[in-house]
Design a protein. Structure first.
Length: 405
């Protein structure tokens, strides 16, 4: 950023001696010329760090970055034939950081071999609060273009996500981390490698691909920064199937499992002639719902698998014990408990699976529907709930004119 003071001559109309004449007036206007770097190369490593507050935790990262590149400053700062109207101020370099609270307290910039100290604040549209420093550039009296190299090292701490704007005509970002579950985002595809030791990613872009100079001109001059910000790319430190994701997924299956359990009880009612009162349905449904409350509260203090086993175990035991007394058969109560244990086991496998959850859920539903259709294939649904007739039950048809006694 190069501030300037420019002489402007304006023509105004004034009345002199009864005539309207054009009178030149001189005034000075101030502004700044802005230049994006020719090349930018950012190399860094993100070290994952878990942060906790009470029972809650978040995935943070910290690391050191090396940023280098160079500017191609045009002759006379690009003003051409009007160079005589300009007087130039002290140039500055501005570095954009959305939230500078994550920056290390000490950082320095090597500007063409001269070390300068960075200062807080940017004040430029599209760059956030950022940091800046005054730098030296030869005044363009000779009208020569200049190439200026820069290098900066900084420490950066953040939370969950890091993103970059490709500000150079040629930009490259090289990032490595020991986190094994990266989630890449943005319009620019990363050349990456992921294994058990973490990931390495490289993004490369060119001026022809992003047209960044025009986007930033619109951002700075008109305040329309959507196009400039849309070029951002980066990576998220994703936690696959973390605690609250698993709790959310288990809650989404809640209605399904309550419905499957009620259908199983209805089949006992129909096939085994074991009537179950609506109040008893409601009590069993309440026990099924309590499972999710127990799971959520326990999982915030102990591992998810242990919380799931405890919650499922006590609910299965309670419902099996209750049904055994309602139906009047320990064998059938045990059968209901085994059925619930199978359902909860399948649910746990679905929650743990990242890639096959939909497939496993679909197979479960198909198997359950198939079991219902096969188990009720000989049921005469029209006779259910109809009063029994002795003659019909005996298979005896009365001839006309006879009266049954």
């Amino acid at each position: 950023v190069v501030p300037y003071r420019k002489l402007v001559i304006e023509t105004v109309r004034e009345e002199r001696g009864g005539k309207i004449v054009d009178v030149p007036r001189r005034k000075f206007v101030t502004g700044s010329r802005h230049f994006l770097p020719e090349t930018v190369v950012m190399t860094g490593m993100a070290v994952p760090q878990e942060r906790r507050r009470g029972i809650y935790r978040a995935q943070a990262y910290s690391g050191d970055w090396e940023i280098n590149g160079h500017f191609e400053v045009p002759a006379d700062f690009g003003v051409g034939m009007e160079r005589g109207r300009y007087s130039w101020g002290k140039p500055e370099i501005h570095f954009g950081v959305t939230d500078p609270r994550g920056l290390a307290p000490e950082m320095a910039l090597n500007w063409d071999g001269i070390v300068v100290v960075m200062q807080p604040g940017s004040g430029l549209a599209g760059l956030g609060r950022g940091i800046h420093a005054q730098v030296d550039i030869d005044q363009p009296g000779a009208g020569k273009a200049q190439s200026v190299a820069f290098e900066m090292r900084l420490g950066l701490t953040g939370l969950s996500r890091m993103q970059f704007l490709p500000t150079g005509r040629s930009s490259e970002v090289r990032l490595s981390s020991s986190w094994p579950h990266p989630g890449f985002s943005g319009p620019l595809l990363a050349d990456h490698r992921i294994d058990g030791n973490g990931f390495r990613a490289t993004w490369k872009t060119s001026y022809l691909a992003n047209n960044l100079q025009q986007e930033y001109s619109g951002c700075f001059e008109a305040g329309r920064c959507d196009g400039f910000n849309a070029t951002a790319f980066g990576v998220d430190l994703v936690e696959p199937a973390n605690l609250y994701q698993q709790l959310e997924r288990s809650a989404k299956y809640g209605l399904l499992f309550v419905g499957l359990t009620f259908i199983a009880f209805f089949l006992f009612d129909v096939l085994k002639q074991c009537p179950i009162h609506p109040v008893q349905y409601a009590l069993v449904g309440g026990a099924l719902v309590i499972f999710y409350l127990l799971l959520t509260s326990l999982a915030e203090h102990i591992p998810f698998a242990a919380a799931y086993a405890i919650s499922a175990g006590v609910c299965i035991a309670l419902i099996g014990y209750y049904i055994a007394h309602v139906i009047g058969s320990w064998q059938r109560g045990t059968l209901v408990g085994a059925m619930l244990a199978l359902l909860y086991g399948v649910l746990f496998a679905i929650l743990r699976s990242e890639d096959n959850a939909l497939l496993m859920g679909s197979i479960l539903l198909f198997a359950f529907i198939a079991a219902i259709m096969i188990g009720t294939r000989k049921v005469d649904w029209y006779r259910l709930g109809s009063p029994a007739s002795p003659a019909r039950d005996a298979g005896y048809a009365m001839p006309l004119g006879e009266t049954a006694v």
